[in-house]
Design a protein around this ligand. Structure first.
Ligand SMILES: *[C@@H]1O[C@H](CO)[C@@H](O)[C@H](O)[C@H]1NC(C)=O
Ligand SMILES: *[C@@H]1O[C@H](CO)[C@@H](O)[C@H](O)[C@H]1NC(C)=O
Length: 348
């Protein structure tokens, strides 16, 4: 597999500051253990991945012979894996139009080895997104090149590593969007084996009006096409998407929307891989880089220049679609992109 794109510019406003931002799994996807009590590399799941043991069951450890169990020979030998020690699942739901989200044990240090989800629920479609005020945010790690230790992330954003938030972000404000049909915005939080940081206290409020014009992008006509809108509704499970006129240069001043309809409720996300990705290089300013032509998942970071990526864009709970947006400005063009996609059932 090509090397995954790890690092990007994430520009929250088109012209100015670029900040790196977030996402991660939160242990709610398909089970990764088997029903026959076996585990490990020699006992793969149906999808070929190594199996685990159910960390919440009475047999949470995988022995060196590939059996789930609870004795020292399952949990404490050199090649044993204790899944309880890796993640303690937790999910918190917030149903208010405004509220406060705190890390576990706040303001004392949050526990090590946690993987938590914070679901900010959406009462109805009149709400487009959520604004988060980081009154206090102190999470172990540094954003450069991306958060590797502990992080909070809006789970739907891609590229996943570029969307992680960590370090001292006290005083910052962030906005994320609900996907079509979604019932909640899921933030996920992960901590590694050690922590002394105080965590976060975040105020949130639901929004009825979201950051224009890129929150819910509107497709424009493709120049030279006789008025065809640059809108692709993707209903197939697998295929490719590309910029207009690919492999020739894309036109200036166009907004394209690629809307992936969720094939069914068991599909957790869309895996996408770049085959070609050549957009105008980012423009650098005293405030950092900014993309003038870009591709993004609305509400998340922008991608431009020449990059390779492979990512899984997740559906939010109950979402019926994921939209992607390509924008070109009035000057300079490039070859554009072509990417393969597949709707998948296992996102972890
Ligand atoms: C974190 O950032 C805030 C705002 O910039 C600052 O007031 C605070 O002192 C910082 N905290 C630490 C521990 O560096
Ligand atoms: C799901 O994908 C398959 C294969 O691409 C397609 O035939 C089917 O119509 C899709 N179902 C829905 C509900 O979109």
């Amino acid at each position: 597999m090509s090397r995954t794109l790890e690092l990007l510019l994430h520009c929250w406003t088109l012209a100015a500051l670029c900040v790196t931002f977030t996402a991660a799994g939160c242990g709610l996807a398909q089970p990764t253990w088997r029903l026959d009590g076996r585990c490990g590399h020699s006992f793969p799941l149906a999808n070929g991945e190594p199996s685990t043991c159910d960390k919440r069951s009475e047999r949470p450890c995988c022995s060196d012979f590939g059996y789930c169990g609870n004795s020292d020979s399952h949990c404490r030998c050199e090649d044993c894996v204790d899944y309880r020690a890796i993640f303690q699942g937790c999910v918190q739901r917030y149903s208010g139009l405004k509220g406060v989200i705190e890390s576990q044990d706040y303001p004392s240090p949050y526990p090590a080895n946690t993987e938590c989800c914070y679901d900010i629920q959406r009462p109805d479609d009149s709400y487009c997104g959520v604004k988060l005020y980081f009154d206090h945010f102190d999470v172990e790690g540094s954003m450069e090149p991306f958060c590797q230790r502990d992080w909070l992330a809006a789970e739907y954003c891609v590229p996943e590593k570029g969307a992680r938030m960590c370090g001292n972000l006290t005083g910052t404000v962030h906005e994320f969007l609900y996907q079509p049909g979604s019932s909640a915005l899921r933030l996920s939080f992960r901590s590694d084996t050690y922590n002394l940081h105080s965590g976060f206290h975040i105020r949130y409020e639901l929004l009825r009006s979201c950051r224009a014009p890129y929150a819910d992008p509107m497709p424009t006509a493709i120049p030279g096409s006789g008025g065809a809108l640059c809108y692709t509704k993707v209903t197939n499970r697998k295929g490719t998407i590309n910029t207009p006129y690919f492999p020739n240069n894309y036109p200036n001043e166009v907004d394209c929307v690629y809307e992936f309809e969720r094939n069914n409720s068991l599909v957790c996300g869309v895996r996408m891989r770049s085959r070609v990705f050549e957009l105008q290089e980012p423009f650098t300013s005293p405030f950092g880089g900014a993309c003038t032509d870009f591709f993004h998942c609305p509400g998340c970071g922008y991608l431009c220049g020449s990059v390779e990526y492979s990512w899984v864009a997740r559906f939010q709970p109950d979402a019926t679609a994921i939209k992607f947006h390509f924008h070109s400005d009035e000057a300079d063009t490039s070859k554009g992109f072509m990417a393969t996609f597949e709707q998948i059932y296992d996102c972890d």
